[in-house]
Design a protein around this ligand. Sequence first.
Ligand SMILES: C[S@@+](CC[C@H](N)C(=O)[O-])C[C@H]1O[C@@H](n2cnc3c(N)ncnc32)[C@H](O)[C@@H]1O
Length: 210
Amino acid sequence: MALADWWLFLQAWSDKPRRVGAIAPSGPALANLIVSRIGVADAPILELGAGTGVFTQALVDKGIAPRDLTLVECDERFARVLRERFPGALVVTTDAGQLGNIAVAGGRPLGAVVSGLPLLTMPAHQVNAILRAAFRRMRPDGAFYQFTYGLRSPVPRRLADRLGLRVTRVGKVHLNLPPATVYRITQAAPTAARIAERTPAVFEALAEGD
Ligand SMILES: C[S@@+](CC[C@H](N)C(=O)[O-])C[C@H]1O[C@@H](n2cnc3c(N)ncnc32)[C@H](O)[C@@H]1O
């Protein structure tokens, strides 16, 4: 890991500690775990809170083409680094809470979302807006991968139930600063009505037997 990335993180963290949520970029073991269930067939993919691009690089190393990546990052300094490192990817400098209002992957349904957002420090209404917008853009079988330094799920049970989501633990990485746990969030039971509401194009194609 480049020393410059640590320095950038430290600067961003000292400016806005709650927003950055970490004093250093994630390590390779966490990056490998969070992308472990993602493959080329899951493209296009959205990454939220991409930082200096540790998870982005792990996705590219798995064969995902940068053109199939949309990276959302609210810190302009991190966004600049992402544009330099992944010129083919779409980097959007905005608050992930605005996800419902931005163009992602040209409207193609997403196979996966990878998130480094500090959900535990965000207000509940913002987490709600992010999850809703993400699943509205996702295929019925798509998954949202989130890591946390906390001891519990980063998505409270009540919120998951209200949104019809299922949260499962993928695993824990001790070799990270600090140790982190990865969760996989999916639709609990993608009913036809819910699929139609979230991804009309996919639903129509399914209904026509495509
Ligand atoms: C814990 S760091 C993770 C960075 C990177 N994914 C990694 O693992 O090294 C959280 C990242 O989310 C970004 N972030 C925090 N709140 C955000 C928001 N509301 N919208 C977009 N990005 C946000 C921060 O700027 C930071 O880059």
